[in-house]
Design a protein around this ligand. Structure first.
Ligand SMILES: Cc1cc2nc3c(=O)[nH]c(=O)nc-3n(C[C@H](O)[C@H](O)[C@H](O)COP(=O)(O)OP(=O)(O)OC[C@H]3O[C@@H](n4cnc5c(N)ncnc54)[C@H](O)[C@@H]3O)c2cc1C
Length: 561
């Protein structure tokens, strides 16, 4: 039996009541109506590490300890007493548990046990208890991440693109991990020897303490951690939403909360472009701003609370549009059927036209400026390329930790492309220097970016700087390649919807109905496009969220046709 150690949660004062609240007698009675009350004996395991679809327990008599076992010891994360409850946010998705729950009682204890569906029904119907449980679940996950209590060890190096990709993927999926840096941390050799791996294999992911994955793809990580277990891919859904950026997540929240059977298919991780934003300051209701990652993880939990299922690291490859129900072919070649589709695949960054760019992607060239990247370039000089709001935001954010930010724009100024509040912050910040009429001319380096050349487009003069970090924020192209002629696109490749569809578009598409397409409906009946993938979109989180929710209203109409 491993020797237990005490909790590692250094909770701030006042925080404990939110993370580990105690329900009142009246609240416990309401929970009891959704489950069954049963006795527990001392030492009884209520759920185990690695178990999927974990039940939810409210303790009514005795105690339940939550532990994270390892080969040598057992960390006691918390001991729940009467009125307290088990669980964290992965209980909503049915993902594997990373902790064990064990009853510790003198004689006989007692718990109320709810299965996954009963827990969802409770949080969907009782708003007071829902608020307590959802807040505790989310905060518990935050504490697990902050304290590195996890079933994943990442062995990597700061100079390695694969390490950064894996960190970004785990972070965007809200999965806690312990990171060990080959170049900095002690005791690495012992770990390498134990798992029979060499430094040349990095990045290596040790998954659930047993599976060793060498430079795994995001899909392999998702499979090993069981992100998509329990999702039925054969059932005909009311709506499949492709893409889990702000527009797709909004559609999932509204669709599921209004009783639709919703499946979201996401090729990477929830959040989309917004997930790569350090701080969104113009989204209604967040006067002090919110990071894209926080917004996405809240929306993700909210969608799951209402019963939406979200498939991670599975891209849509094809829409089979000849007959209904439509099907979406996903990465592993399975076809998932649905009565209606919402396309929310957004847009992806444009890459710079440089021959050796890919050599430095993730090894000095980045497309997002979040806390993960900010850690990598702390104290260094960085370059940000682009004149839009995303570039402005990145420059202001990075200037807090970098030594200096060089901002390059091809245009003559920022006024045409950036919000006034950001322009002012850039102008007022001595740590940012703006170069207009300027573009990147070349990149140099061995394994890592070492030098950047930029050219003034007016004078042709080239400046060379020893810089190791380049942030590329130069606009985005729509992610519509997978649609292959199923829906009408505009000249730039964005999806045409509603009133933008001309009579010629509808004739070419053989529009079969007497009614015209609904707002946000494409040239294919029952298939909608929302957010940044739609022609004429506004490129804002708020508009993407608005369109995702509006589309759901039309899905109801289409389903009743
Ligand atoms: C760095 C940055 C900062 C920004 N800051 C702000 C801001 O402060 N305020 C503001 O209002 N807006 C901001 N924006 C713009 C805003 O983020 C976007 O308008 C918004 O994210 C669009 O949402 P979306 O859901 O339509 O698309 P996206 O956010 O692009 O999401 C699309 C999702 O679809 C997935 N996907 C793509 N293809 C497939 C496929 N074939 N199969 C499955 N999944 C697929 C992608 O992985 C992605 O998760 C910012 C953008 C960036 C990049």
């Amino acid at each position: 039996m491993p020797k237990p150690t005490t909790t590692t949660f250094p909770l701030r004062p006042g925080r404990a009541e939110q993370i580990f609240p105690t329900l009142t007698a009246a609240q416990i009675a309401r929970v009891a109506r959704h489950g069954r009350t049963r006795p527990v004996v001392s030492g009884e395991i209520l759920f185990e590490v690695g178990q999927t679809v974990v039940p939810f327990f409210v303790i009514t008599k005795g105690q339940v300890e939550i532990v994270r076992p390892s080969e040598t010891n057992e960390i006691v994360v918390v001991v729940h007493g009467p009125g307290q409850f088990t669980g964290e946010v992965n209980m909503l998705s049915g993902r594997r548990s990373i902790v064990r729950a064990r009853a510790t009682v003198k004689d006989m204890g007692e718990v109320i046990e709810l299965d996954h569906d009963s827990l969802l029904s409770l949080v969907q119907t009782d708003s007071e208890i829902s608020e307590i449980i959802m807040r505790a679940f989310i905060l518990r996950r935050v504490e697990l991440i902050a304290n590195g209590i996890s079933d994943v060890i990442l062995l990597g190096s700061t100079h390695c693109a694969g390490t950064l990709r894996i960190k970004e993927f785990l972070t965007a999926n809200g999965h806690p991990y312990t990171s060990i840096d080959l170049d900095r941390d002690e005791g690495v050799q012992a770990l390498l020897d134990r798992f029979n791996i060499s430094a040349a294999d990095v990045p290596v992911l040790i998954c659930r303490g047993e599976v060793v994955l060498r430079n795994p793809t995001n899909r392999e990580i998702a499979e090993c951690l069981g992100f998509n277990e329990g999702i039925d891919q054969t059932k005909i859904r009311d709506v499949i939403i492709v893409g889990a950026g702000p527009s797709g997540l909004a559609a999932a929240v509204y669709g599921a909360s209004e009783g639709l059977d919703v499946l979201v298919i996401e090729m990477n991780a929830p959040g989309g472009q917004a997930g790569s934003s350090s701080k969104i300051e113009n989204y209604l209701g967040f006067p002090t701003g919110i990071s894209g990652q926080d917004l996405a993880s809240r929306a993700y939990a909210q969608a799951q609370k209402f019963g939406a299922q979200i498939m991670i690291a599975k891209g849509a490859r094809e829409l089979t549009c000849a007959r209904r129900p439509y099907t979406v072919r996903i990465d592993d070649d399975r076809r998932v059927p649905a009565r209606s589709i919402i396309i929310a695949t957004g847009a992806a960054y444009r890459r710079l036209d440089l021959d050796n760019l890919s050599q430095f992607e993730g090894a000095g060239v980045y497309y997002g400026a979040t806390f993960v990247e900010a850690q990598l370039c702390r104290g260094d000089e960085v370059v940000v390329v682009g004149g839009g709001n995303s570039a402005g935001q990145a420059a202001v954010f990075l200037a807090q930790t970098a030594r200096h930010v060089h901002m390059l724009v091809r245009a003559k100024g920022l006024a045409e492309s950036m919000s006034r509040y950001l322009i002012r912050r850039i102008e007022d910040n001595p740590a940012i220097s703006l170069r207009t009429d300027t573009e990147i001319a070349a990149l140099e380096g061995q394994n890592q970016l070492e030098r950047v050349h930029w050219r003034n487009r007016q004078t042709g003069e080239v400046e060379r700087r020893d810089l190791k970090h380049l942030f590329v924020m130069t606009g985005a192209a729509p992610s519509t390649q997978w649609l292959d002629g199923c829906v009408a696109l505009d000249v730039k490749g964005f999806i045409k919807t509603g009133p933008d569809l001309t009579p010629e578009d509808l004739t070419t598409a053989k529009w079969p109905l007497t009614r015209p397409p609904h707002l946000l409906e494409t040239s294919l009946p029952g298939v909608f496009a929302v957010g940044d993938v739609r022609g004429g979109n506004i490129k804002r989180v708020a508009s993407a969220v608005g369109e995702g929710s509006i589309a759901v209203a039309f899905v109801h109409q289409v389903l009743s046709e």
